[in-house]
Design a protein around this ligand. Structure first.
Ligand code: FAD
Length: 403
């Protein structure tokens, strides 16, 4: 039997673990239900941008992640469909690459140490209002049957296809967007980094892309994002389809001769920009459950961790005051809107630009010639500079070589 809770958190990814830890540290009784048993594999590019590294630092897990072997990422090499390329380098704090099965396990353990009661193999199946409290139905793996638990507030941190969002009548998941197929590959040599840092890679083609992150142990996370039809065409031959795609990226072709796939291909999708109303009576959504951005710009972990930082104090104030009704939680939505509007905008602008080969090629040539512009751009994408700084007409004109 789980103890009486002030807050139930659904989902133990970065958003759920970070929100739960912050609330427990402030004295709340927090119970977290996670569907999987950790460590678990999570389809991801395994890139943690500098803004997310700063958030991990504030959360107090920086040293644990470094001890687990996180590698510094000093920038991104972006290769366009027409052969143009630019390496965008961070001038300040680097990002990291670390497998999500490691990062997420550290974050969940940290939440447990902060006093959160963590239940793994526990799927939140339904959420309903019951008088002043929320009733949550949980299915425990291997036990059969379901249990009901109550709390004043439910935090939906259960990802893109959030059951909490569905139950609260907040918008459903998108059916549009690309699908991803990712695996771990040994024998792919990194491009030259600088100052002991690796350089991540993004390879573009007119309607698809591939991301590469170099990880501890000499393996690389290599993930492709492409249309539904392509993936459907792989039926029964996923491995062959995956490698055919990798070899079609000009910037990878000659470098995969000795490469060897060391894990199965994991898929995800459809993945498209999706923004939900993030509060309802007794409910807050955090992380992908609240807003999803295409992984091209590698901002999802940042949004999950920063969203947790925005959610926790507002949840606490509402719990201490008149209760976590929608009006009391609305400040969370306003803060997200204020802080994340530029982040969402830059992600969407770059989505458009990246898949227009002529325009993207022009920008890449210019960024290769002007490393200062490249650094400004990647600082904004990496959530360590104000996104609007690179969305100003003057910056856009310089980056496209018009000025
Ligand atoms: C292919 C791919 C590549 C990506 N690459 C990057 C990248 O390189 N860098 C980056 O920053 N972002 C990347 N992202 C985005 C990033 O993975 C997400 O934005 C991030 O994981 C969001 O964290 P979260 O905690 O909101 O959700 P998640 O990490 O998805 O965690 C949700 C958790 O909830 C659990 N859960 C789900 N349903 C239930 C339920 N009903 N009950 C209980 N538990 C439940 C799940 O098991 C999971 O552990 C990528 C995404 C994809 C799909």
């Amino acid at each position: 039997m789980t103890p009486r809770a002030d807050v139930i958190v659904a989902g133990g990814g970065p958003a759920g673990s970070a929100t739960a830890a912050a609330l427990a540290r402030a004295g709340c009784r927090v119970v977290l239900f996670e569907r999987e048993v950790f460590p678990r594999r999570k389809p991801c590019g395994d890139y943690v941008n500098p803004g997310a590294v700063a958030a991990l630092d504030r959360l107090g897990v920086r040293d644990a992640v470094i001890r687990a072997g996180a590698r510094a990422v000093g920038g991104m090499h972006v290769a366009g469909a027409r052969g143009d390329a630019a390496t965008l380098r961070f001038t300040g704090r680097p990002g990291w690459s670390v497998p999500r099965r490691i990062l997420d396990a550290i974050l969940l353990a940290h939440a447990a140490q902060a006093g959160v009661r963590v239940y793994e193999g526990a799927t939140v199946a339904a959420v309903v209002r019951q008088g002043p409290r929320m009733s949550v139905t949980v299915r425990f793996r291997g036990r059969g049957g379901v249990e009901a638990h109550t709390a004043a507030l439910v935090v939906g941190a259960d990802g893109l296809r959030s059951a909490v969002a569905r139950a609260a009548g907040l918008d459903g998941a998108s059916r549009r967007g690309r699908y991803t197929a990712g695996s771990y590959v040994a024998g792919l040599a990194p491009l030259d980094g600088a100052g002991g840092c690796d350089i991540g890679e993004i390879h573009l083609r007119p309607d698809r892309y591939c991301g590469v992150a170099y990880l501890p142990g000499g393996v690389a996370n290599v993930t492709v994002a492409l249309g539904r039809r392509v993936i459907q065409g792989w039926r029964g031959k996923v491995r062959e389809g995956y490698w055919r795609e990798l070899l079609a990226f000009p910037g990878l072709r000659g470098r995969l001769d000795r490469a060897e796939q060391v894990e199965t291909v994991a898929g995800a999708g459809p993945l498209a920009y999706r923004r939900r109303r993030c509060v309802a009576d007794g409910i807050m959504l955090v992380g992908d459950a609240a807003t999803y951005v295409d992984p091209l710009t590698g901002q999802g972990v940042y949004l999950a961790l920063r969203g947790a930082e925005l959610a926790a104090p507002i949840a606490l104030r509402a719990l201490d005051g008149a209760g976590p009704r929608r009006a009391a939680l609305a400040e969370y939505r306003r803060r997200r809107d204020r802080e994340f509007a530029g982040v969402f905008l830059i992600s969407r602008v770059l989505q458009r630009l990246a898949f227009q080969p002529a325009l993207a090629g022009r920008a890449l040539r210019r960024l290769a010639a002007r490393p200062d512009l490249g650094s400004a751009l990647i600082a904004a994408i990496g959530n360590v500079a104000e996104p609007r700084s690179v969305l100003r007409p003057g910056f856009v004109a310089r980056a496209l070589g018009v000025l």
